[in-house]
Design a protein around this ligand. Sequence first.
Ligand code: NZQ
Ligand code: ZN
Length: 387
Amino acid sequence: MKNFTYAITTVVHFGKGQIEKLGAEVASRSSRVLMVYGGGSIKRNGVYDGAAAQLRAHGVEWTELPGVEPNPRISTVREGVRLCREKGLDGVLALGGGSVIDCSKAIAAGALYDGDPWDFSAGKAAPEKALPLFTVLTMAATGSEMDNIAVISNPDSNEKEAFGAPCCLPAVSILDPSYTCSLPASQTAAGTADIISHTLENYFSPIETNYLADNMAEAILRACVLYGPRAIEAPDDYDARANLMWCASWAINGFLDMGKPVGWSVHRMEHELSAFYDVTHGVGLAILTPNWMRYVLSEQTEARFARYGEAVWGLDRTLPQREKAETAIQKTREFFNSLGLPATLTEVGIDSTHFAEMARKARTANFDRTFVPLSVEDIQEIYKMSL
Ligand code: NZQ
Ligand code: ZN
């Protein structure tokens, strides 16, 4: 294990009815907030009414920014920054999934930054301060409710880039699993795939001696395998929703990658799919992940895949190592299929037109430090395997 510093300052109120704590939490830090939300799901599942009642009861004023897109756009971030400045707002309240929360992070930091907020995504500037951010989560997937990362898209230049900074951590997150019962099966499936992918990105690292993190990763993966299908079959199953939500937060809040390098390879590859074709993040991950696994499987890596097969898929210990590794990869593919997720890029309308450019843009220096280093050509090959 390498040295690390760990600090998660987000206050989490988890469980049914916890929105009751929202008003007091916001009022203790802000008096006029920007309320950010997406295409309207919060108006149908009670989140909007619950949050508005809380703000009213605690004397907090608000201005609304609706219409945040899945794969949130920099144009929406700029509009949020404009509103914060024009109305003198002193906090941001995100009501939604990862897209709404990410957009809100960029707004919260952009409001206190003199330049264009795209500078954060472009790596030209790192946020140093941000307005306090409050979130009410409606989808178990990205972990944005408990991490400091935001992923913003610029459709004009086919770019989708992440940035992160301590000041972007939400101050308070309300995690009420019952809000996720209104998710359509397709989004529950995509969210489950995203949680699995975050966990796998952390699990497959060149350093394999973090016993605590490895075992916790395996527990999160088993929980997704157990509760993902249950939530799809019975959308109101509270325990399934609750377990998925808590796993989502812990898969990417920094705990699993403490003391080891993580390349986020499949995520970098997926962000290019979303940047060029605006595909759903979890769908892109479900297509790419088993192919990435197949591509990096070798004599050097098969032991790790075999361990994954035993711990997550319950494979017989006595099977030959290679067989366990290959079966584990096949089980991963079959699981995503069973959730109703597409298995090929062709199914989501992607052909090889932009593979060379996407591979070039996907590859960062992190690909040298990851589980198996990958070149631009390797990445292109994985895209081809995914057709
Ligand atoms: O727009 P609304 O009406 O809210 O509908 C959303 C949207 O259409 C809907 N939805 C959300 N909660 C719902 C609901 N519908 C009914 N009932 C509910 N309770 O679901 C659709 C997708 O929402 P979105 O927020 O886009 O999904 P997700 O949470 O998966 O976020 C995806 C974005 O997060 C980024 C992704 O790249 C993508 O841009 N990521 C952020 C990360 C982070 N901050 O750490 C890491 C991730 O790896 C990821 O890259
Ligand atoms: Zn993700």
